[in-house]
Design a protein around this ligand. Structure first.
Ligand SMILES: Nc1nc2c(c(=O)[nH]1)N[C@@H](CN(C=O)c1ccc(C(=O)N[C@@H](CCC(=O)O)C(=O)O)cc1)CN2
Length: 288
């Protein structure tokens, strides 16, 4: 029997509908949520994501502004742009599309975003608050995964979650969010020896390693929930995840497809966080 598909497009749309209602309420009170999207350089994939983010804002009635900077922009110039956005009344959320050109230090740039506008949830203060379980903006991809699990009725408490991948924006926060819901969490990565001996124990397996079709049937326990965070291109330049879907289908109880699984949730939770930032502003609630 095939695994149940966790449909990120459908779940994302349901959440976007409720975010759109919150936008309408804010506008009735004279505030239009505004997102600034900063894109540096000519990365084609980044340009596509940024376009999709802006289009998604428009669909739900939010304002968005693209700050497009050339590849040769210096770090100082970029930091100056962010300072301007930090001080703008009409901008409630700021995101700097990653990756940045190599001559710019991502950590310094992210740390410059005002924490109350850090709708990507990447700044050191946001990450620290998330680790402590305090109210803050959660990073959009792991936040989206938590919503996928919630909307699919998947129990987390008491389950063994195994994360494959340790990036700052997905793997690490993912484990924390699952831990906060009482999962037992194991972190693994591409250099973990005998990886299947760990992943085979997972009730919930999160693949966030960034390698096409890396997770195969030998990694997955019968009945596991498999969440594929990967966005890769295979040898035919076809979009694919970190999980070899056709091998794992039928072994997992539930699985996310690529495309149409976690990806759409990343932008959904960005909209969610930006509306939250605007609501916080209206309520004069500064998240420091
Ligand atoms: N500042 C940020 N930079 C990056 C983030 C981020 O969350 N904040 N994440 C990724 C890229 N990303 C958003 O920026 C992103 C990636 C993929 C998708 C998505 O919807 N994927 C679709 C397929 C799209 C396609 O056809 O190519 C899917 O999986 O269904 C959305 C957002 C790195 N940078």
């Amino acid at each position: 029997m095939s695994s149940a598909i966790i449909n990120g497009k459908e779940i994302g749309q349901e959440i976007r509908n409720s975010v759109a209602e919150r936008v309408t309420l804010l506008k009735e009170q004279g505030l239009t949520p505004g997102l600034a999207v900063v894109l540096v350089g000519d990365n084609q994939a980044s340009a596509t994501y940024v376009r999709n983010k802006q289009k998604s804002c428009e669909v739900i009635g939010m304002f968005s502004e693209l700050i497009k900077l050339p590849e040769e922009t210096t770090q100082e110039e970029l930091l100056a742009q962010i300072e301007l956005l930090n001080n703008r009344e009409d901008i409630h959320g700021i995101l700097v599309q990653l990756p940045l050109p190599k001559h710019i230090d991502e950590d310094t740039v992210i740390a410059t975003i005002a924490v109350e506008k850090d709708v990507d949830g990447f700044s050191p203060v946001s990450v620290g608050k998330m680790m402590l379980g305090q109210e803050t903006f959660l990073p959009c991809t792991p936040f989206g995964v938590m919503k996928l699990l919630e909307y699919s009725g998947i129990e987390i408490a008491g389950k063994h979650a195994v994360i494959v991948g340790r990036s700052h924006i997905v793997g690490k926060p993912m484990g924390q969010l699952l831990l906060q819901k009482d999962a037992t969490v194991t972190y693994t990565h591409s250099k973990t020896p005998d990886l299947p001996s760990f992943t085979k124990q997972a009730d919930i397996l999160i693949a966030a390693v960034g390698r096409a079709n890396f997770i195969t049937k030998e990694h997955v326990k019968e009945g596991a929930v498999v969440i594929d965070v990967g966005i890769n291109r295979d040898e035919n330049n076809k979009l694919c995840g970190d999980v070899n879907f056709s091998e794992v289908d039928g072994i997992a109880s539930h699985i996310t497809p690529v495309p149409g699984g976690v990806g759409p949730m990343t932008i959904t939770m960005l909209l969610f966080n930006t509306v939250q930032a605007a609501e916080n502003k209206l309520a004069n609630k500064v998240k420091l």
